[in-house]
Design a protein around this ligand. Structure first.
Ligand code: PEP
Ligand code: MN
Length: 338
């Protein structure tokens, strides 16, 4: 951390800032130039709240030099993390993984049709919500554990792995037998109690970026899971809320290379929630793979326009098949496979 003092800061103010800094356990290196004093803190700065120093008399600006997250930082594993599932499937390696399925599991016929399609295109992961976080309490809330059992049965039939959202701590144990990867939704990215509890399980967690979260906040949330000992975290860019109204969310494609630079964790692109529009999903899926996404998450349904949730952004199965053919070309172009 660097504290830049104002030009007019008095010696008394400088000394008092140094004292406050040292109280936190850091060493302070002082440089006084012709016009300004700079105070550099060396030591345990990760947990420091910069605003505490910004408000001290005589301080001009405070900068953070090292990241506030440690386990999620690229330096922790410079070679990158590859998450390996019990059946040998991976997320984070050279192969771009395909995670697809309906927004919500609705019935046996639907989820089995989807599973067959995901398998047919060479996808490895069947997603589907059993517990759905809906903006309206009157909207379809998901089938709960029976829905998850259907997801698991359909996945097993076709040799796929399951990804499903966990909304609260009490659901973890009941979900474990049917869930190969827990999804934490955008609305729960900062449900720190849930994240801590997921740090205790030994099962991969797909952590979605919050609707108004910065990349740093997403990485700090992953740190909650990793600091519990569960290092199998997969991040997901699913669009953020901006002033733009043409799409449901603004998909931050740049977050993909930014996260690859800052962190060793795999990053998934979710153009379904990222755009909210079926006609825009293929373009943004291709953009995500071109930008280096380690996996792509797509909502699909045999009767997409009749989906119980997120119908407008859900692809029909033939559209998804066509998209995976195109994604294969993009993946090859950027030196990967799909
Ligand atoms: C979902 O994946 O269906 C979902 C609810 O996603 P998000 O949390 O990104 O809105
Ligand atoms: Mn959805």
């Amino acid at each position: 951390m660097i504290v830049a003092m104002q030009e007019k800061a008095t010696e008394e103010q400088i000394i008092s800032v140094i004292e406050v800094m040292e109280e936190t356990g850091v060493h302070v290196h002082r440089t006084t130039g012709a016009t300004q004093t700079i105070l550099a803190a060396v030591g345990p700065t990760a947990g420091l709240d910069l605003s505490k120093f910004e408000v001290l008399p005589g301080v001009l600006r405070v900068h953070r030099i090292s990241a506030p997250y440690k386990l999620a930082g690229r330096a922790f594993r410079p070679e990158g993390t590859v998450i390996e599932f019990p059946n040998g499937a991976t997320i984070g390696g050279n192969k771009v993984a395909v995670i697809a399925g309906p927004c919500a599991v609705e019935n046996r016929e639907q989820i089995f049709a989807v599973a067959a399609c995901v398998k047919a295109v060479g996808g490895g992961f069947l997603r589907g919500g059993a517990f759905k976080p809906r903006s309206s309490p009157y909207a379809f809330q998901g089938l709960g554990i029976p829905g998850l059992q259907l997801l698991h049965e359909a996945a097993q039939t076709h040799g796929l792995l399951t990804v499903s959202e966990v909304m609260e701590i009490s659901q973890i144990e009941a979900m474990l037998p049917y869930t190969d990867c827990f999804q934490v939704g955008a609305r729960n990215m900062q449900n720190f109690n849930l994240l801590r509890e997921l740090g205790q399980v030994r099962r991969p967690v797909l952590l979605k970026r919050g609707i108004a979260a910065t990349i740093e906040e997403l990485l700090l949330s992953s740190e909650y899971i990793m600091s519990g000992g569960n290092y199998e975290v997969i991040l997901c860019e699913r669009g953020i809320r901006t002033y733009e109204t043409a799409t449901r969310n603004t998909m931050d494609i740049a977050a993909i290379p930014v996260i690859h630079k800052l962190s060793h964790l795999p990053i998934v692109g979710d153009p379904s929630h990222g755009t909210g529009r079926r006609d825009m999903v293929p373009a943004m899926a291709k953009a995500a793979v071109a930008a280096g996404a380690d996996a792509i998450l797509i909502e699909i349904h045999p009767n997409a326009d009749k989906s119980a949730s997120d119908a407008a952004q859900t692809l029909f199965l033939d559209q998804f098949e066509q998209l995976t053919r195109e994604l294969r070309v993009i993946a090859t172009a950027v030196g990967r496979s799909l």
